[in-house]
Design a protein around this ligand. Sequence first.
Ligand code: MCN
Ligand code: CUN
Length: 796
Amino acid sequence: MSQALDEIKIGGLGASRKRVEDNRFIRGKGNYTDDITLPGMLHMEILRSPLAHARIKSIDASKAWDIPGVHLVLTGEMMATRNLAWMPTLSYDTQAVLATDKVRFQGQEVACVIADDPYIAKDACEAIDVEYEPLPVIVNPEQAVAEGAPVIRDDKDSQRDNVIYDWEVGDAAGTDRAFAQADVISKLKLHYPRSHPSPIECCGSIADFNRATSKLTVYMTSQAPHIIRAAVAMVAELPEHMIRIISPDIGGGFGNKVPVYPGYVCSILASILLERPVKWIEDKSGNLISTGFARDVYLDGEMALRRDGKILGVRIHTDADHGAFFSDAQPSKFKIGLMHSAFAAYDVPAAHLTARGTYSNKAPGGVAYRCSFRVTEAMFFQERMIQAAADDLGMDQAQFRRMNFVRDEDFPHRTPFGFLLDSGQYAKCLDVGLKAIGYEDFRREQEEARKRGRLLGLGISTMTEPLGAGNSREYDILGIKMFDSADLKVHLTGKAILRTGAKSQGQGHETTWAQIVAHELGIPAEDITVEEGDTDTAPFGMGTYASRSTPVAGAAVAMVSRKIRAKARKLAAHLLEVSEEDVEWELGRFYIRSAPDRGVTIQECAMAAYSNMPDGMEPGLENTAYYDPPNLTWPFACYIVTVEVDKETGVWDVLKMVAVDDCGVRINPMIVEGQIMGGLTEAYAMANMQFITFDVDGNCVGSNYMDYLLPSAWETPGFELHSEVVTPCPHHPIGAKGIGECAAVGGPAAFVNAVMDALSGMGVRNIDMPLLPDRVWEAITYRRDVSGAPPVRSDD
Ligand code: MCN
Ligand code: CUN
C-alpha cells in the first residue's frame, strides 16, 4: 500500500498555501531598502531639471557647499573626471548620469547633494544655481523626424537626426501577395500612451564602500541584482567579486526596478568618495517623472481579409518614442521588444512589421511595466484590430476570433514572425468566457437597451503571450544569455534552504518555490526557506521580469530538486541494503519495489548524507541547477467585459468582467488568482484613469497622483475568474507557464473594446487610452475619433 504523502497537505503543487512572506509584511516587519540604517550613514537627494531641453550654461553649487551638514555636491563635471557622467544602457545606448552639456527631459538628474539628513540635502539642492538656455522641444515622433528638428543626442558623434533605429521582421513580399488577394482591408491607427508602473515603494539604494576591505555593498530596489552587479563592475570599473548587491524586500516592481538609474550610480560614487554609507530614496514625483516609463507607441496597421472572415495577412508599422535615451531593458536581438508576438494566437499566413524608434525630450523608457518586452502593446493592438476587422466584415466578434484561432490540433505552430507556439486550447477558453458572461443574452439585452437610448457594450480580448525569456539561443541582455538558476541545500534534519537567481517584488516566490521542492522531494513546504536577491549567496541569474521566474528559475528549482532526489536515491539504496535499481520513489519516500513496506523517508536520506553515507560518496545533500529553457511559455487568456456608457457625461461603468486564464499547471492557485486580479486592476486603470502626458514645452503633465490615479478597491470592479482550462507546458518540468503579466497585457483591450462596442454605429473607430469621460463624450457628441497623443491639447 502506498505511503506517499498527501501533496496538498505538505503544501506541494496545487496547494493554495498562504503566502509566507505576508506574515512579516502585514505585521509591518518587512525589510525594505528604506528600513535599513547603517552606522554613519549619509543621505542623498537629487536636483532635477525643470526644463525639457536646454543647454547648461553654468552650475554654481557654492551656496550648497556652505550649508552646514552638507558633505558633498556631485555635478556632471565631477562625474566626468571619473568617467561617470554617462553610463551604458541595456540597449547599447548611453545615458547621462548627471547632465553635463544639456538637459534632455524634464526631471533629468542635474546634481546630487549628500548631507547628514535628507532635509538638509533637499534644501541644499535648492541652493544650487543652474543657468539654462532653453532649446526647442520634441514630444512625439512626428516632431522628432520633422525638417529642421533639433538633434537631441548631439553628444553622440554618429547621431545626425533623432532616429534610433529602423527595424523590420516578417515577410514583406508574402504579405504584399496576401493583400493583393484580399476582399476587404481593415485599417486601424492608434496611440498606446505612456504609462507608469508606480509601485508603492519608489526606487532607492544604500551604497556602502569599505576602504579597508575594498568591498562595495549596495542595498537596492533591483529586480535583477546580478545584472546590476555586472553593470556596476563595468561602469565603476570595480572588480566583480568586491561588489555585493542585496535586494531586500521590494514593495512592488512591475518593471520599474529593472533599469539602472542615475541615483544608484551617484550613491555608489558618493560612498566611495566619502567612505561612508550613502542612502538615496527617491520621492514619488521623482519616481513618476524620471523612472522607466512604458509604451508610448504609435501603431498603424492593416489586415487583409477574405469575405468569409479568414485573415490572410497583417501589416503593422510602429513608431516608438523612447525619450532622451534608448534604455529599454530587452533582449538585444529585438529593437522593438517582442512586438512581433502580435497575432500569435491567430492563424495568420503572412505578416510584416516595420518599426522606427526616435528620441524625444521625455524621460527614457518605453518598455517596462508588466509587459514582457512590448507584448502589452502588441496584444492591445492585435485585439483592437481584431474587433475593427470583425466590425468591418459585419461578423460576430466571438465567431471571427474562433474561426481564426490556431486550433488545438495545429500545435506546434510557427507564427509568420517566427515564434514557435507549443500548446493551448484557445477556443475552449473563449467558450468558457462567453458562457460566463452570458454572451447571447447580453447581445439581446444590448439591442433592447439601444432602442431605449442606453449604450451597452461588450469587449473581448483573447491572446497568447510569450513569457519567460529565454532560450539562450535567442535571448540575451548585453550579451549575457537568459537562463536562470536554483541552489538547494538540504540540512541533515531534512529541512532545506533554496536560493534562486530570480527576485520577488511581491509575486510570492518564498511561498511558491518551496511548493515546487515539496512536489519534487516530499519535504513539507514549511520546512524550506527561500532566499533571493543577495549576489553573494544566490546563484547567478537574470532576475525577475517578463514573467520569467516560473518558466526559468521555477524550472531550475524542479531540476535541482531532481538532482537532490537522484543522490537521495543512492543513499536510500545504501540504507535499505539493496541496489539502486530496486528502489522506487513515491512522494516523500523511497521503498523497495518487492517490499513496499520497507522504505526510508527523504529526511532519513538527508541524515544519512551527513552521518551514514556509503563508502566513496561525497558527503552532504546540496546542489545547483542552471536552466536554459528550450522555448518561451505561451499562456492564453480570454477577458470579456460588459459596460454601460453614459451618453450625457461619457462616464462608463463596468457591468461585469470575466477572465479565463490558462497558464498551464498552477503551482499556487491562490497566488495565480492574485496575479490576475492585480493585472486586471492595472489594466482597468490604464484604460480608464491613468493620465500622464506632455505639453508643447515638454512639461510632464500628470506626474502626480491627482491625475495619474491608482485605483483603490472602491473604483475597481469585481472580476470573475475561471481556472478550468489547463494546458500544461510540454517543455516545462512541472508543466507551468508564466502568469505575472497576462492580465495587464490582455486586459486593456477588453475594456476599450467594450466601450467602442457601446459606441458602434456612431462612426467612431478609436479613442486613445485612458478613456476619460471627456474623450468618450467628445467621440459621442462629435462622432469622431479622439487622439491622446502628446502634446496635450489645451482643453485637456
Ligand atoms: N505561479 C504559479 N503557477 C503558474 C505561474 C505562476 O503559481 N503556473 C506563481 C509563481 O510561482 C509566482 C507568481 O505566480 O509566485 C508569478 O509568477 P510568474 O508568472 O513566473 O512571474 P514572475 O514571478 O517572474 O513575476 C514577474 C511578473 C512581472 S514581469 C511583473 S511586471 C509583475 C508581476 O510579475 N510585477 C509584480 N506581478 C507582480 N505582482 C506583485 N505583487 N508585484 C509586482 O511588482
Ligand atoms: Cu515589462 S515589466 Mo515585468 O517584465 O518586470
